[in-house]
Design a protein around this ligand. Sequence first.
Ligand SMILES: CC(C)=CCC/C(C)=C/CC/C(C)=C/CC/C(C)=C/[C@@H]1[C@@H](COP(=O)(O)OP(=O)(O)O)[C@]1(C)CC/C=C(\C)CC/C=C(\C)CCC=C(C)C
Length: 628
Amino acid sequence: MRFDYALVHLTYTIPPAILLSVLHAPLCTRRDLYKIVFLVTIAVLSTIPWDSYLIRTNIWSYPPDGVIGLKIFDIPVEEVFFFVIQTYNTSLLYLLLSKPVLHSVYLVKEEKGRSRWKYIKLLGQLGLALVIKKGIEYVRAGGRHTYLGLILVWAVPFLWMLWALAYQFLVNLPWTSTLVPIALPTLYLWIVDTLALKRGTWVIEQGTKTGWTLWPGLEIEEAVFFLLTNCLIVFGLVAFDNAVAVLDAFPAHYPHFSGLPSPVTLVRALLLPAQTYDDDRILGLQQCVARLRAKSRSFYLASSVFQGRLRIDLIILYSFCRVADDLIDNAKDPAEARQWVQTLKTYLDLCYGGPTKTADGREIAARDPNQGPATQHIMQHFPPDTQLTLLLLPTDRLAKEPLYELLKGFEMDLQFTASSPSGPIKSEADLDTYGARVAGTVALLCIQLVMYHYPGNTSEATAQRLMRAGHDMGIALQYTNIARDLQVDALNTRRVYVPPAWLKKEKLTAESFITGITKTSPSSSSASASGASDQDAFFMKKLGALRSRLLDRAFAFYDRSKSAIEELPVEARAPMRVAVESYMQIARELRRPGGFVVKAGRATVPVWRRLWVAWRALCGPVGAGGGR
Ligand SMILES: CC(C)=CCC/C(C)=C/CC/C(C)=C/CC/C(C)=C/[C@@H]1[C@@H](COP(=O)(O)OP(=O)(O)O)[C@]1(C)CC/C=C(\C)CC/C=C(\C)CCC=C(C)C
């Protein structure tokens, strides 16, 4: 039938393309489109001459009644479409699986001389060179090894070159973004090919094939072809990501890089000697990512939809906030905690104090690696695992005021004492101020980074509106945080953030609140608790009422600020929605009538729901009321 080959596409290649496109659409970035177009173009241009040769030399043929008849250089259009759709599908699978990966942390500085990496690179090159040699022998010998030889001599030199450029990434990246996007489409195409060969949709001529099969109906040449072409696509994408990772990670080498790199820039980045990589920056980024991953599932998920240098800066900012908060929170006593606040203030003073002058009149930057005063302060006063984060914080892109204000927020935490469990929170306004200091400030810093990386044409008025709304959104998140941690805070640190007037309305004081929490059995820590005593149930009701009031206030701040997200530069809108919605989902879980899931004493969002929320946020603005 004339449409046999077209039917193969309609049945087997187009449906996965549609499915993958739908899954990828909300995550799609300009860089993704660029990669796909780049790869498809190379795939088509490099395959046409080879395939055309196979057809013209009768190694490969198509029954004339199985194709519609349109040809490009003797290749049926259905076959050309195959190159496009296979590259498209494998690329989309790779892109989807690679979203969580921050590529820059997989770069490795190589030592001069005999580094392990030198041998890994050589070993790979040698292995691939031997395969090319075998391919050449097969082609020379002709006969039944011809087709296999032609596949090897065509595909493996490209693989050799890509390996030489991107061996670090090919070895280091998680297998989910290398092996899986090769193995899944290969297996799938092996099955499709078995069916197509059986139906006679395409034919490998006798005489030029080995006759070996991988399984009945699947010629070894076909198996090798699909494996190698998927390797080519994934190796190509990995090399692209390797280049972009170099460009993103090292502003010192590429101060003005942003957006879409030209092919020349990509190759230059890949050719930057790995000995010149800044390993402190790589290690610092690795620590920041590990911290984010361990400490916040919401922001870790959100970080995967930000891109490039903005993503890197946000992760460093998170790490800085976390480090500062933890140093103060985990201090052995209030005096040590105060000392940390002071040490952090000195750090900010030094970072924002501008360059200093040496005796001989030379200017030294605050974080000069050797003599910078901020660097020396960091090395002398902070724990080793926090030092790189402090060195990396992009203070040149952040106003100092929100950072000092954040420290003031942490100082408020120090006013909670055993004898004063309400600490500085005397009223609802105090709680707003606290939220503004510890979270409104963080929002301002995040927005500053967005505007730095996507300057666009945001007017001054819009920028002011964004700052105000962001500030309120930070407060919304902080109210959610307090509502979630009501019990943990009371039990572990004897802190009650609820305003005394709210407690009074429930006939409680901060002290009786803590006693109530301490007495309540652990089984009643979820709203759905069953088997709790009457007294427990009575207390849980009060707890529920207080939590509900905190959440009302969280949603009030959220509702008034969420529309401003749509005024952010377009590149940051969807990721920012994901960040906010992932966190606000905790508030929605706390409101769930059937109760919420508790892990380590805290309400948590089940993984599948977390992903669903992120997905919806990526697709567009969340409806009015935010689906409370
Ligand atoms: C995607 C990404 C990596 C974002 C990074 C966001 C970031 C820098 C977060 C810092 C978080 C942090 C550790 C702050 C220290 C103070 C603190 C504890 C604040 C609370 C965060 C909760 O984190 P977590 O639950 O992990 O903390 P604990 O375990 O309880 O210690 C906060 C609730 C504040 C977080 C506030 C924000 C991230 C601001 C959100 C607002 C925006 C991003 C602006 C939105 C824009 C408009 C225009 C509305």
